[in-house]
Every structure is written in C-alpha cells, then in structure tokens.
Design a protein around this ligand. Structure first.
Ligand code: AMP
Length: 396
C-alpha cells in the first residue's frame, strides 16, 4: 500500500511517498517545490516525478494522499476531506490565517486532479482530544469560547510520534500500542504497568512543549493559535493580550501591521537583533553577541517554564524528549534547559549530550531518574500511518 503525504504551504508543496507493503514501513522518495504560483501544476509535477522515478505507474497506485491540516470547527482526528470538512476549516480561517486558507485551496485542487483517490487529513489538534478541559480553557466570555477562543494545542503529529517512539525506547510496548491506537479507540487500550509520563519538547522554527500521559497529550504550550507559547523563529509566542491595544493606541500602528510585526518580526529574530536560525544564534552567542545570548536564554527559560508545568501536572516524569530542528541539533540548548535540575531527578550526561545531533540517543547520566532523550521527529510518517489505519478501518 503506497501513501503519498503532502505538506501544503501557501507557496510550497513538499511530499513524501511511503510504502506499507508486506508489513514494512518504507520511505520510497521525497521531493518538493518552492515558490509555487500554480498549485495544479505543482501537483502534476509531483505526480510526474513519482511516475518518472518508477515509484508509481499511475495515480491509481496511491491508496491515499495524507495531509497535515491544523484545525477545523467541530472536527479533529484523521478524517476524509469532503466539502463539510473544508467548510469547517474555513470557519476557523481567522484563527489560522497562515495555515487554513492554503490547505483548503490545496486540497480542493488535489481533489480535482485526483478525483478517485481518498484525501485524508490528520488534524494537529487531535493529540489533545483527551486533555482535561481545565487545561484547554481561557477565562473569556462564553461567546468568545463558542467562537473558538480556547487552547487547541498543535504539533500533534510530532508529539504523537514522540509518544510512540519514546514508549518503545523505554521498553513500554503497552503504552506504545496505546499511543498508536489513540485516534482509533480514544485511548481504550490497556496500560499494563505504572503510568508513563513523558515531556516532549518540539523546538524548531516553531516550538511547543507537551505533557504526555500513557501516550496521550494532556496539554500543549501552543494555545488558540499556532503563534503562542514559546518564542518561535519570527513569531512572538506568549504575549500579554493587553500589550496589543497598548502598542496600537500608543503608536497608531494598524491591526494588520501589528499582526505582521508579531508574525514576521517577533520571536528569536526580535530578541537577537535579526537572527532567526539557532545555528546563527549559537555562533553569535559564542562570539559575545549579547542580544543573541538573550534570545537563546529566553527560549531556554520558556522551555523550562513549560517542562516545569508538565512535570507538576504529570506528578514527575519518566522522560524528557528533545526533538525538531533545534531540539535535535543543539547540545548547548539541551544542556542549558537541563542545568541544575538534579533535585528533580534530571541529570544530563554532558559528554554524551555534546556528541548527539540528529539521531536517537539517551543523553541523561546513568543515575538520572528522568531519562533525557533525543528523538528525531517524523510527522510525515505519523500522517502516513494514520492514513493507513483509516483505510483499514474503513475497508468495505
Ligand atoms: P524545524 O521547524 O524542525 O524544521 O526546525 C527549523 C529550525 O531548527 C531552524 O530555524 C534552526 O533554528 C534550527 N536548526 C536546523 N538545523 C539545525 C542545526 N544543524 N543546528 C542547530 N539548529 C538547527
């Protein structure tokens, strides 16, 4: 069974082709197009590449195309796109203006180009379906809540991958299986040992921390929009909501311009004086650049803030996992996040940590009560797996 996973940006299309034949999971090929102006043409080029590479004979060889939409009103989990799902996404265009409109547009064009192929979406909010309501609410008027002003939580595919893989690495097949089946049975699979408590730190171009109890999310540092929580590369992250009216009234800046500044000129870029890539921030910091150091330290402080929150909510932790571009590749940042936490049972092996970039490893000291792990995330594989489970569950 071959499943294509497509990642749709407003001007980009990236794809990966997976094969699940013979009980295996294989990434066959990957590719992508930037600066896309004609989405239909990009889809045709993608299919042409798959054919010329010999990966498929025709579109009929694709059992499904999987996507990673972020949120829709009243719908989450893994679903087949139809007009009802797309309309539910459009209802929340205002919550995710950078994400929902290009997705809806892209999926509609896929549907025109590939009318016989199931198009499946795994919503990023799915991982938090079982989170306690108190963790997901803001103290706002009910009418706002009814409009979607609540915490949704994102990076669901990435944190689900970490839930599954960390449980496997910790030898907890029961919890790994519970995590795998989460979107099928809502977490009904039994846990055969003590509760497994994992704190997953997805630190990348956009960052979030999640608490995971027995393979399911209990909350996420991203709130209503995917712009909240930790500082992101160019996006502001957490901000007192009264800052916006204050700045707008004081400077006369328009709402559109304030929104642009928060999305494009905020985050690590704002703090560091223009650097939005952790590689540059670390090298600048080593050369004594004080704003770059501040950006690094704010990210570390925020990561610790959220790790602390979930450590308490989970009544401790069995593992802290670092993933995504920054988490996988920046030993300096992992060391700073884990510094001075021995009283909480969190002790890094400094030498092991310094060696690890972009590969799976346990980097805690042998006596550390909490395992500290690096696990490269694989969101596309999660989408392909969920698409496959969906197809098997809905087989006639
Ligand atoms: P992601 O969103 O997971 O693709 O992460 C992208 C971010 O990870 C970039 O903006 C960089 O800040 C960071 N990053 C990527 N590669 C590296 C690397 N080799 N070393 C340090 N940071 C990296």
């Amino acid at each position: 069974m071959k499943i294509l996973v497509a990642n749709l940006g407003s001007t980009s299309l990236k794809y990966r082709l997976f094969d699940f034949s013979g009980g295996q999971e294989r990434l066959l090929t990957r590719g992508g197009f930037e600066r896309v102006t004609d989405y239909g043409a990009a889809i045709e080029s993608c299919l042409a590449e798959l054919k010329s590479g010999g990966w498929i004979q025709s579109e009929k060889d694709l059992a499904a195309v999987g996507f990673k939409p972020i949120l829709a009103k009243g719908i989450t989990g893994c679903v087949q796109f139809d007009e009802r799902v797309l309309a539910a996404m459009e209802t929340y265009n205002g919550i995710a203006p950078a994400h929902n409109p290009p997705y809806v547009n892209g999926v509609r064009i896929f549907a025109q180009k590939m009318p016989g192929t199931p198009l499946l979406g795994l919503f990023e909010t799915a991982f938090y379906q079982g989170a306690p309501e108190a963790a997901m609410r803001y103290a706002v008027p009910d009418a706002w809540y009814q409009m979607g002003v609540r915490k949704w939580g994102y990076h669901g595919a990435s944190h689900k991958f970490i839930a599954e893989r960390s449980a496997e690495m910790l030898g907890r097949e029961d919890v790994a299986e519970r995590a795998r089946r989460l979107y099928i049975d809502g977490g009904a699979s039994p846990v055969k040992g003590p509760a497994l408590r994992v704190i997953s730190c997805h630190l990348g171009g956009s960052s979030s921390v999640t608490g995971i109890l027995n393979g399911a999310g209990i909350g996420n540092s991203l709130g209503m929009s995917p712009q909240s929580g930790l500082p992101h590369n160019n996006r502001v992250g957490e901000l007192d909501s009264f800052a916006l009216p204050y700045v707008m009234r004081a400077t006369g800046v328009s709402l559109d311009e304030a929104e642009r500044l928060m999305c494009k000129e905020g985050g690590l870029k704002a703090l560091s004086g223009g650097y939005n890539d952790m590689r540059d921030i670390v090298s600048q910091m080593k050369e004594g650049n004080a704003p770059a150091r501040l950006a690094f330290e704010v990210l570390v402080h925020q990561a610790r803030h959220w790790i602390g929150a979930y450590y308490l909510q989970l009544n401790g932790a069995d593992a802290i996992v670092f993933t995504a571009g920054i988490g996988e590749n920046t030993p300096e940042l992992r060391a700073a996040v884990c510094q001075g936490l021995d009283q909480l049972g969190i002790v890094l092996d400094a030498e092991a940590n310094a060696q690890v970039r972009a590969r799976e490893a346990v980097v805690s000291a042998p006596g550390s009560r909490v395992k500290i792990m690096v696990i490269p995330t694989n969101e596309e594989l999660v989408i392909a797996r969920e698409a496959r489970r969906f197809l098997e569950q809905h087989k006639q």
